[in-house]
Design a protein around this ligand. Sequence first.
Ligand code: BES
Ligand code: MN
Ligand code: ZN
Length: 494
Amino acid sequence: MVSLTDIKTTKKTLTNLETEVLFIGIHKGKQLNSTEKALDNVLGGSLSRVIDVEKFNGKEKKELLCYGNDEIKRVVIIGLGESKKYSTDVARSIGSNITRYANLLMVSNFSVAGESFGLKKNNYAQAFAEGLTLGSYEFNNYKTKKEEDPKAEFVLVSGNINKKSLDKGLIIGLSVAFARDLSNHPANILTPSYLAKESKQIADAHPAMECTVFDGKEFKKMGMGAFHGVAMGATEPAKMIIVEYNGGAKSQKPVALVGKGLTFDSGGISLKPPPKMDEMKFDMCGSATVMGVLRAVSELKPKINIIFAIGSTENMPGSNAQRPGDIVTAYNGKTIEVLNTDAEGRLVLADVLAYVNKNYEPEAIIDFATLTGAVLVALGNRASGVMGNNDKLMKEVKKASETTGEKVWELPLWKEYCSSIKGKYADIQNMGEARLAGTISAGVFLKEFVDDTPWVHMDIAGTAWGPKEPSYQPKVGATGVAVRLVYQFLENRK
Ligand code: BES
Ligand code: MN
Ligand code: ZN
């Protein structure tokens, strides 16, 4: 969770502030501006002295601590690098550095000279607030020894800054943190029922939202044989969670967001090797992305219709588990040979995608899944792999990616690849040729379940946990990947 949950603005000039610590940004090669000089005078020249002694030149991320007076106790000057290279993503990471610095100083509140960080521009203000919030993220839920040092909780931003943009950044930051929390909980706590309960709680508090939860027991009757096959091995009850959000006109078709919610993936009978198997608690990060967006939507209320859908179960071995070679029938009637029970995510998604496609006729579908280890081989943990069947929708996703700094890279779903999943005994099989184009094989498999509806699949197996940079990423655990990207995407559409 985050400690920083309160951002306020003030029009007071710097010299009139009262604060534990004031943060000021300076670009490479730039001097103090006139209000900062006035502050320097009030503080007896302590800012200019430190700048001089330390030969400060505004280099990115360089931090200078100066002591002030009774009103402004400390000033921290932060290098912003070259103004040409300054971007919303740099502002986001500077924001997180500031909160981390405030935590080191053990202050619960601090101030920021907003205009010096470029926050007059609303998109910079939003990104900076996201950074401030995420910089205070920690997951200590299971540590019994509580830290007693004060943590950054409240920030005052001075200058002519749009409060709405800061608030939006805060809400989005909190929603990313929510996705991280869900992901970081271990599988013995965070079960499919837990996800269902959290979704219900958010939806129940909002008149424009309706949550329906389907039990694993119903899957077979509903015709979801692929999802049912995966859920068979687990004693922990499986759930399909659907939240309908009606923020737009009745006539407007919804956008559907679908998440893989494997609360633990042991591989099933095709059991995974022990090293890093603990990380398979993160196999529900796709559903965490969907729920992070759900939380953001519940507060920011965009004027658009959305279907949030999650397929959640464990993938376990056992005498009830499905076997390699089993043939199951998916919701859209296609038969699937399960060659490897560890390729379970695509089986679960197959049914949820087909269900959503048939019952809601969405205008567009985007799914999020920690689907293949192969995407790590291809892209490492710097970019999510994206694939789809519609160039226009793909462009929209890429545009939101560029705005938010959450990188994606497209892999092709050319028809030449489709033959790799042709089944020997059934229509299709759940894997392609071993070691070849694993991420694409999963993509062409999912493509079988969305008909011609514009659809993008995002493989987040490399990005959902692991990246430690930029600084707004957590030092350990889940990143809450794509919550920011998807919110931006929705906003561009409304
Ligand atoms: N959840 C895994 C993918 C994964 C692996 C995510 C490592 C993050 C890190 C997925 O269910 C899986 O096991 N995929 C298999 C597919 C294969 C059996 C065709 C894989 O990638 O090895
Ligand atoms: Mn698996
Ligand atoms: Zn999996």
